[in-house]
Ligand binder design. Structure first.
Ligand SMILES: *Cc1c(COP(=O)(O)O)cnc(C)c1O
Length: 239
């Protein structure tokens, strides 16, 4: 094994251990939670190593970095998640490799994603990003829509050709009433998810939890955790 492969294998094993204990503590099966490794700022070769170690879900947040990386890894069977704030002029590129966009947060983006997915003759999974720090009508500091706006946006995704409504995503807020209260934030997300599922029973994905707070997310009921640093190491720059 190369040094890097060994390092990633060790990190992955530690994250796997954390997930296993968190699931056990919550009375959930380990299979109920999918690990998505956030590979942003790290090279395509790391993605290749991770695939060799059994990782099947990866996430990126910038199209400029993600597009060439996904192209280099096109021979690997991977599900690519896009988790960054997305400008409509990047949509055509992102839908070329992403299987799921987790950061849907406005109607204009829904329309652009739908048009691109249709043009490519494919179905694109979408999660609504919820900003728990957003006031009514506002957008979150890190993207996302206010909880009050989730239903309307979800209806738009569900009605849009080429799109499939998968569920919800959030990033624990740094400001507002939930700052520093990850478990409360994720519990709130689960309430919003439960309301969403009344209207859209199949939209049962809940993407929450990162390196620092994956246990809170699993305890609350998240179906997907997005882990970067704990697997790949501390990023050289903010990404
Ligand atoms: C970077 C990022 C992650 C991973 O964060 P870590 O703290 O490195 O685990 C998760 N979700 C989103 C949206 C991100 O941008």
């Amino acid at each position: 094994m190369t040094d890097r492969k060994q390092q990633l294998a060790d990190n992955l094993a530690r994250v796997e251990e954390r997930l296993t204990s968190a699931c056990a503590a919550a009375g959930r099966g380990r299979d109920d939670v999918t690990l998505i490794v956030v590979t942003k700022t790290y090279p395509a070769n790391d993605v290749r190593i991770l695939h060799g170690l059994g990782v099947r879900h990866v996430a990126e947040n910038r199209d400029q970095d993600a597009a060439p990386k996904a192209a280099e890894c096109a021979d690997l069977s991977l599900t690519w998640h896009f988790v960054g704030q997305l400008q409509t002029n990047k949509v055509r590129s992102v839908t070329g490799y992403a299987d799921m966009v987790q950061s849907v947060d406005r109607l204009k983006l829904v329309a652009a994603l739908s048009a691109a997915a249709e043009r490519q003759g494919r179905e694109l999974g979408c999660l609504i990003q919820v900003a728990l720090d957003a006031e009514s009508g506002g957008r979150g500091e890190r993207g996302g829509v206010a909880p009050e706006e989730v239903a309307a946006l979800a209806d738009a995704v569900a009605a849009a050709p080429g799109l499939r409504l998968g569920g919800l995503m959030t990033v624990a807020p740094l400001a507002g009433p939930y700052a520093g209260r990850q478990r409360a934030a994720f519990d709130r997300l689960m309430e919003i998810s439960s309301r969403l599922r009344d209207d859209h029973p199949a939209a049962n994905m809940v993407s929450a939890g990162m390196s620092a707070d994956l246990e809170d997310a699993v305890a609350a009921g998240a179906t997907h955790v997005r882990v970067g640093t704990a697997v790949l190491g501390v990023r050289p720059r903010l990404g």
